[in-house]
Design a binder for this molecule. Structure first.
Ligand code: NAD
Length: 333
């Protein structure tokens, strides 16, 4: 049983703690918070040992805390760094001092681990490494749909427009409220980030932020290098891991209905770990494939993190890990 620490029990961290808790071969050694709030209470209610992420946090948490993050790390085999964007790189020294493996999140730069991870693409290359970075929600979604096509048909240029949610549902300080905000730096970082995982894939990306908290939506257009029909493409995605085909004709025509689906499936926090691909949008014109896909930003990276932990700790091969992760969570096949 491997012992996994979660440093930063926020949006991603609390999902990862619950995902670890659901696995048969790992357990939560503890989670950290910087201050006492409802999430710290939740951690304790769930039975996770709570530690302080910072020195100030040790004072603020008082008796709630079992100790410092350093004390947690020495009792752990691996840490998921789930601290706010940019803090993970600053935490790296902590993990190196403790001599444990670390999985960082997509808000950190590639250099934080020197290796960017997606389970379907490069699990084997992660085996036995000290660190890996699970790429962002958007990049994970793009890797899930694009890599099976690369393998099946070969893919030339890819053009993606990302319609990004303004903030997560709990982020009251994020916007826009009444605007569409283009990312004026073109390409956006997402395309180059995909190429960190799938080297050589030419993805040109542009992004806009919109007033929604539910999900991201991608409009993708790409060149297929060998001849394929619409149904050939759908067949490839049918067996691709963690890809769920949804049907606008059956009433799932928007991100709102996708989230309703998560509710109706009685998913925890209405999470959708799968990439949602609108099959009625899939169109092949000559060698050009176009489609829409939806990414539930708060949960799509959860299965990838669990697999990254198994790879770094040399616990399993890719197939066993993916199946175990998905069975434990209830991911649709
Ligand atoms: P969050 O703000 O919800 O949670 C961050 C947690 O870290 C909070 O509990 C905070 O108290 C804690 N924290 C603050 N300072 C810390 C420190 N010094 N050390 C450890 N913990 C500290 O953030 P999040 O949305 O969970 O994002 C975490 C990471 O995951 C970021 O890199 C982000 O880019 C990435 N990510 C986020 C999403 C998303 O949709 N929220 C999706 C994919 C990846």
């Amino acid at each position: 049983m491997k012992r996994i620490a979660v440093n930063g029990f926020g949006t991603i961290g609390k999902r990862l703690a619950d995902a670890v808790d659901a696995q048969p071969d790992m357990e939560v050694s503890g989670v950290t918070k910087t201050r006492p709030n409802y999430e710290a209470d939740l951690a304790v209610e769930r039975g996770y040992d709570l530690y302080a992420a910072t020195e100030a946090g040790l004072e603020g948490l008082g008796d709630m805390a079992e100790g410092s993050v350093e004390e947690l790390l020495v009792e752990s085999d691996l840490v998921f760094d789930c601290s706010p964007t940019g803090i993970g790189a600053r935490n790296r020294g902590l993990y190196e001092d403790a001599g444990i493996a670390a999985v960082y999140q997509g808000g950190e730069p590639h250099d934080v681990a020197g290796f960017s991870f997606n389970a379907a693409v490069n699990f084997d290359e992660a085996v036995g490494r000290d660190a890996a970075r699970v790429v962002s929600c958007n990049t994970t979604g793009l890797c899930r749909s694009l890599f099976p096509l690369v393998e099946a048909f070969g893919v030339g240029d890819v053009s993606v427009t990302l319609v990004r949610r303004g903030g997560d549902p709990k982020q009251t300080d994020r916007g826009p409220i009444n605007a569409i905000v283009p990312s004026l730096g073109i390409p956006s970082h997402h395309g180059p980030d995909v190429a960190k995982v799938i080297p050589g894939l030419d993805v040109h990306s542009m992004a806009v932020k919109v007033p929604t908290t539910l999900m991201h939506l991608h409009a993708v257009s790409l060149q297929l290098e060998s001849r394929a029909s619409r149904s050939d493409v759908l067949d490839v995605w049918e067996t691709a891991p963690r890809v769920m085909q949804v049907d606008g004709g059956r009433g799932i025509g928007s991100t709102a209905e996708l989230c309703e689906l998560g509710r109706d499936m009685l998913r925890p926090r209405y999470d959708l770990w799968e990439l949602a691909l609108w099959k009625d949008s899939v169109t092949v014109e000559g060698d050009r494939l176009s489609f829409f896909q939806g990414v539930h930003q708060e949960s799509i990276v959860v299965p990838e993190n669990i697999d990254a932990a198994r790879a770094l700790l040399e616990m399993a091969d890719s197939e066993y890990s993916t199946r175990t992760t998905d069975d434990a969570l209830g991911v649709i096949r």
